[in-house]
Design a protein around this ligand. Structure first.
Ligand code: XMP
Length: 316
C-alpha cells in the first residue's frame, strides 16, 4: 500500500541535499505542481518556477493556474509565448512532428528563463507512464510525451524528477498529503502539448479556439451532470476537433462544417482506459451546446466508444 505522507516526507528530506538554485516549469497540472511543492518544501526560494503560456491551453486556464500557484505559496513567472508556438506549428499535421516542435519551442523558451535564473538543476514532474510510453527499454514508442528527454542535455543542468516512479493516482495522493484542495489534486490530466493534440492535423489559432470552446462545454456539462448525480465524473473528458467536414443544415440552408468528437474515459494509470458510460441526455446537451455555440463552424458531434487499447486516450 502506497503511503503518500511518508513518500512526501522522505522526498523532501532527500531533496534537501540539493545545492544552489533550481528551476521548474509548472503547467498548472497536478504532476508539475506536486513536484514543485515537494522541491519548494526542501529548498525554499532557491527554486524558480516558470509558467509558459503556449496559447494551447484550455479556456481560462492560464489565469486560473496563476491564481492556484499564488494560493499554494509558489511564486511563478508567467511567460506568454503563444505567437512562437503557432508560428512553429504552421503547416505541420503529423502528430509526432507537432509534439516534437512543441517540445523544442518549449525548451527554447524555458532555456532562456532557466539561464536568466542562474539555475544549476532542473526539476520536472515526470511520472512513470510518461517515460514508459515514450519508448524506454523494450517498450514501443507510442507517443513522445514532451516532458521526457532532451531538456537536461540541452541545458547542461542536473535533472531532478521526484515523481519519476509514481503513477497518476499516487501523485494525487501525494498532492492530498501536501494539503492540496480536492478540486485540484483530482483534476483530470491534460497533455503537455495541450490543445494542439486536440486539433487533429494542422493547428491554427482559429481551430484551437474551436477545440477550446468545445472542451470547455464538455467539462462544464460533465462536471455539472456529475454534481447532480446523473453520472460519475469520468477520469478524463474532453472534445477534439476532427479534420472532417460534413454536410448539415442550418435554418433552411446547407451547412458544411467541422466535426467534434467527445471523449470520456475511466482509468487508473492512463496505460489502459475504458470508455465512460454517459447518459444519453447528458451527451445530447453537450452536442446541442457545441452545435449552437460554435454554429458557424461545427455542425456534427460524435462520441468515441473506444477503450484503450486499441485506442489511446487522446486522438493524437
Ligand atoms: P494517451 O493518449 O497516450 O494518453 O492514451 C495517456 C495520458 O497521457 C496524456 N498525454 C500526454 N501527456 N504529453 C503529456 O504530458 C503528451 O504528449 C501526452 N499525450 C497524451 C493523456 O491526456 C492521458 O492522460
Amino acid at each position: 500500500m502506497f503511503d503518500a505522507a511518508k513518500f512526501a516526507e522522505s522526498k523532501v528530506s532527500e531533496l534537501s541535499a540539493l545545492q544552489g538554485e533550481g528551476v521548474i516549469a509548472v503547467s498548472g497540472g497536478v504532476d508539475s505542481t506536486v513536484a514543485a511543492l515537494l522541491v519548494l518544501r526542501a529548498v525554499g526560494p532557491r527554486l524558480h518556477c516558470v509558467f509558459v503560456d503556449t496559447g494551447l491551453l484550455r479556456k481560462g486556464e492560464a489565469g486560473q493556474a496563476m491564481e492556484n500557484f499564488a494560493a499554494l505559496g509558489l511564486s511563478v513567472k508567467k511567460v506568454d509565448a503563444s505567437q512562437r508556438f503557432f508560428s512553429a506549428l504552421e503547416g505541420v499535421g503529423d502528430p509526432e512532428a507537432k509534439r516534437k516542435i512543441i517540445g523544442e519551442a518549449f525548451i527554447r523558451v524555458f532555456e532562456e528563463e532557466a539561464k536568466a535564473s542562474g539555475a544549476q538543476w532542473l526539476a520536472q514532474g515526470t511520472i512513470a507512464p510518461d517515460w514508459l510510453e515514450s519508448g524506454s527499454g523494450s517498450r514501443d514508442n507510442i507517443k513522445s510525451h514532451h516532458n521526457v528527454g532532451g531538456l537536461p542535455e540541452k541545458f547542461g543542468l542536473r535533472l531532478v524528477e521526484p515523481l519519476r516512479d509514481l503513477y497518476k493516482d499516487e501523485v494525487r495522493l501525494v498532492g492530498k498529503a501536501l494539503g492540496l484542495h480536492e478540486k485540484f489534486y483530482n483534476r483530470q490530466p491534460f497533455p503537455g502539448p495541450g490543445l494542439a493534440v486536440r486539433v487533429l492535423g494542422e493547428v491554427t489559432m482559429e481551430k484551437v479556439a474551436l477545440a477550446r470552446e468545445a472542451c470547455a462545454i464538455v467539462e462544464e456539462e460533465l462536471e455539472s451532470a456529475a454534481s447532480r448525480g446523473e453520472c460519475a465524473k469520468p477520469w478524463q473528458y474532453y472534445a477534439a476537433l476532427l479534420p472532417v467536414r460534413s454536410v448539415g443544415v442550418q435554418g433552411d440552408k446547407r451547412a458544411y462544417g467541422w466535426t467534434v468528437v467527445v471523449r470520456a474515459v475511466d482509468s487508473g494509470d492512463a496505460l489502459t482506459a475504458t470508455c465512460s458510460e454517459i447518459p444519453h441526455a447528458v451527451l445530447k446537451r453537450i452536442s446541442t451546446r457545441i452545435c449552437n455555440e460554435l454554429k458557424q463552424s461545427v455542425n456534427r458531434v460524435v462520441f468515441d466508444l473506444t477503450d484503450k487499447p486499441p485506442g489511446t486516450i487522446e486522438w493524437e
